[in-house]
Design a protein around this ligand. Structure first.
Ligand code: HAM
Length: 437
């Protein structure tokens, strides 16, 4: 009977090996956030449904896991954390010194169609700067994302950040004669351009009210490989100049921070979420074989839309699923074997209590000390130590015990020497920990 139960579609169990990978990613996310000056927060996982109706966009709202509680309230499991972040900051807006640099690693749920890189739940690293209109804030978030890629040994040949601008896209729409009130319907169509076949894109664009000539100009604008070329397709308005200057400044700042190799202009990036207003970006594997690794940008209206003041905000989210796939495919994951610094062996009758006392003492000293549950011959216990990946075996035998000593054996070299029992913890702490392999 029990065998017939399975995980719910799109949800994951984390067996120890998957848990080790998740912890590896979460540890790196936290380490990188902290060294880039962000502090951690966590938002409630259940929100009022309306929070996401305000400005997340159709895509996300149609993918909500929602419910009605016994009091008839419409609730949703958070599909992203940005609206909750805005809600939390609005509630304390007077008391928070700006810029507010916060990060979080929520477990979020979206009722998407599960496919490679996309599940119905995932962990999502979020890094945001709220309360700054400076391009420096965008650059600092993108630098933090690049810092994470480098921390996980992903080079620019493995993954990169593709940079664009919602304000430049809006200026492009205005420039080809698309009325402002149509932008909200047209931007999601442009966002889909790389994700659907050309005919499907054309059909969607016509349906959103674009004319064939407009579609063609927008296509050429998006396909530009340099900013100068893209601007060449637009009327020289103030909006174009401001958006261009912001993009150039971000690129300049990232260059100054040594992150330029990881960042490329790509006006195909639009972002699916409706709240973005300025610089936007997505990180992808360089071969573009996988779904997006991360996405973000500037959202200067969201706090105001949720009842707060009009203050600038910018940031990104990165999920654990695609990142894990990419690291595995590139062979960039460490060996996640359990940690065993040393393995304590009782050699001979009557030695087990001594061995156990040593296990306890070494564990108290912070070492991962293992031992065998079975009382076996020395050779078998040494084999068990090897299987556990212990770097060191400590052999407790009668003769040495009487002299207050044990034998310490280096499992990699096979060398062994007596060590005074009283010195053992200190001696082992000075050696490399972990695996002998
Ligand atoms: P998003 O583009 O919807 O943005 O998600 C960001 C990242 O979360 C994606 O690039 C991907 O790594 C991961 N992700 C999204 N959906 C799934 C899924 N179904 N399965 C696995 N991973 C997924 C946001 O959520 C924005 N709130 C990010 C942000 C923060 N913008 C500003 N601050």
């Amino acid at each position: 009977m029990a065998g017939s139960f399975q995980t719910v579609k799109g949800f994951r169990d984390f067996y120890p090996e998957q848990m080790a990978l998740r912890n590896y990613l979460v540890d790196a996310w936290r380490r990188v956030s902290i060294r880039n000056g962000f502090v951690e927060y966590e938002a409630a996982m259940l929100e009022y449904l309306d929070l996401f109706r305000v400005k997340s966009g159709e895509g996300i709202v149609s993918e909500l896991f929602s419910l009605v509680d016994r009091g008839g309230r419409e609730l949703a499991i958070a599909p992203e954390i940005t609206p909750s972040l805005a809600r939390m900051i609005n509630a304390r807006i007077g008391g928070l010194p700006r810029p507010i640099k916060w990060f979080s690693i929520p477990h979020v749920c979206r009722a998407e169609n599960p496919q490679k890189g996309r599940g119905r739940e995932f962990y999502q690293w979020n890094v945001d700067v709220v309360g700054s209109d400076e391009v420096l804030a965008d650059a600092e978030c993108i630098f933090t994302l690049v810092d994470l890629l480098a921390e996980l040994n992903l080079s620019p040949a493995d993954a990169a950040v593709f940079l664009s601008s919602r304000s430049l896209l809006a200026a492009a729409l205005a420039s080809v004669g698309v009325a402002n009130e149509k932008h909200e319907a047209v931007l999601p169509v442009l966002d889909k351009r790389d994700k659907v076949p050309p005919e499907a894109f054309e059909e969607m664009a016509l349906k959103a009210g674009l004319e064939a000539a407009q579609i063609d100009r927008l296509r050429r604008f998006q396909d530009s490989t340099t900013l100068a070329e893209a601007i060449g397709y637009l009327e020289p308005t103030d909006a174009v100049a401001t958006a261009r200057a912001a993009l150039e400044e971000v690129l300049k700042l990232l260059g100054a921070m040594g992150a330029g190799d990881y960042v490329k202009l790509d006006l195909h990036v639009v972002r699916g979420l409706a709240y973005y207003t300025g610089v936007v970006y997505e990180a992808f594997d360089s071969g573009r074989a996988l779904r997006a690794l991360a996405g973000g940008g500037r959202y200067d209206n969201l706090l105001e839309l949720l009842g707060g003041p009009k203050i600038g905000a910018t940031g990104f989210g990165m999920g654990d699923i695609v990142l894990g796939i990419l690291l595995a495919e590139k062979g960039k994951l460490p060996d996640f074997a359990e940690r065993c610094d040393c393995f304590i062996i009782d050699a001979g009758e009557g030695m087990f209590d001594d061995a156990l006392a040593i296990v306890a003492e070494l564990r108290r000293a912070g070492l991962a000390a293992g031992f065998s549950y079975k009382r076996q011959a020395l050779g078998k216990q040494l084999r068990a130590a090897g299987q556990k990946g212990a770097a060191i075996a400590v052999i407790v035998g009668q003769e040495l015990r009487d002299r207050g000593e044990v034998v310490v054996k280096d499992m990699a070299t096979g060398e062994q020497a007596p060590v005074a029992r009283a010195e053992l913890a200190r001696e082992l702490q000075s050696r490399p920990r972990g695996l002998a392999r």
